[in-house]
Design a binder for this molecule. Structure first.
Ligand SMILES: Nc1ncnc2c1ncn2[C@@H]1O[C@H](COP(=O)(O)OP(=O)(O)OP(=O)(O)O)[C@@H](O)[C@H]1O
Length: 306
């Protein structure tokens, strides 16, 4: 086990940000830590890194207990953090430096000798498509380039565990696809990746396991497909349908609203696309257009809390 959290509690004044959180990340996993805004994702990450003080619980990193009942084991934590790369949610870069200079400073802070850190910086900048702009000032970089440089910083110490707090927020679809590919590459290189997001699409296609945190507690931990199947059913689909002639929906269990002579809105608990198709066909009508709206992640989270 790379990371194990048991019954973690963090109270900020009167806010119980973590309310007995349990979580396990295994070696070589890509773990997506999903939750709505304010669920406790950043608080969890800051606790794992010893940057804030939780009140109760246990944290293990690489099999070593680094925190127990309100106290960190400083030497074990320092040791573990050498093996971790961290990309904060609101990180800032030094705008007046170039990527090469930025990574050099980080490498020096880790105590990596000059020739080695130059080699490491070059490899990372090549990997992250920043080699061509290695001598350009970071201040002019796009959001996507800045995120990639922040990831390069997190990789400078060749960590076994990468912890990324909302790494894809603010990226465009191309940037998100690129970032996912980079995360996949990290897994191939044997690393474990733990990253947070409040957007379902960010964890899609890449995560082995997704943990969903709501109000400081882990609600579910499973493969994303299983989570979606379970909660999409409950949260309800909306289908907007246009047919070539009127259809009589009386007698169905779905909630149907007429939006005009041949246009309907159907709300149903699960994915009923096939059933709707068959129902319409049975009346000799044809579907001209069908728009399906999956429930938003917020709606799914709300169902989880119920
Ligand atoms: N320093 C702080 N002082 C007081 N309350 C805080 C502090 N940091 C976080 N909180 C509160 O703790 C709760 C959890 O916050 P946290 O930032 O961990 O959530 P999050 O899941 O990371 O959300 P986001 O996606 O918005 O970053 C929220 O209610 C937040 O307002």
């Amino acid at each position: 086990m790379v990371l194990k959290i048991e019954n973690l509690v963090k109270v900020y004044k009167d806010i119980r940000a973590l309310d007995g959180l349990d979580l396990e990340v295994k070696k070589s996993q890509i773990y997506g830590f999903l939750g709505p805004n304010g669920a406790g994702k950043s608080t969890t990450i800051l606790s794992v890194l010893g940057l804030i003080f939780p009140q109760e619980g246990r944290i293990e990193l690489f099999g070593e207990e680094v925190f127990r009942n309100g106290k960190y084991d400083e030497s074990k934590l320092v040791e573990a953090k050498r093996r971790i790369g961290y990309m904060p949610e609101h990180a800032t870069l030094w705008n007046f430096l170039t990527p090469m200079q930025t990574l050099d400073i980080i490498g020096e802070a880790f105590g990596i000798p000059k020739p080695e850190r130059e080699k490491q910086a070059r490899e990372l900048l090549e990997l992250l498509n920043l080699w061509e702009v290695r001598d350009k000032k970071v201040g002019k970089f796009s959001k996507g380039m800045q995120q990639r440089l922040l990831l390069a910083q997190a990789l400078m110490n060749d960590p076994e565990l990468l912890i990324l707090d909302e790494p894809m927020t603010g990226l465009d679809p191309t940037g998100i696809a690129e970032f996912k590919e980079i995360i996949r590459e990290q897994k191939k290189a044997g690393k474990t990746v733990f990253f947070s997001s409040h957007i379902l699409a960010h964890v899609e296609e890449i995560c082995d396991t997704v943990g969903v945190i709501v109000k400081g507690k882990l609600r579910v931990e499973d493969k994303l497909d299983n989570i979606k199947r379970e909660f999409l059913k409950r949260a309800g689909y909306t289908i907007v349908l246009e047919t070539n002639r009127p259809v009589d929906f009386s007698g169905v269990e779905w909630k149907v609203t007429s939006l005009g002579e041949k246009k309907y809105r159907i709300v149903a608990p699960g994915d009923i696309r096939e059933a709707v198709h068959d129902f319409v066909a049975a009346q000799g009508a044809k579907i001209l257009t069908m728009q399906v709206k999956e429930p938003s992640l917020e709606e799914i989270f709300l169902k989880m809390v119920e």
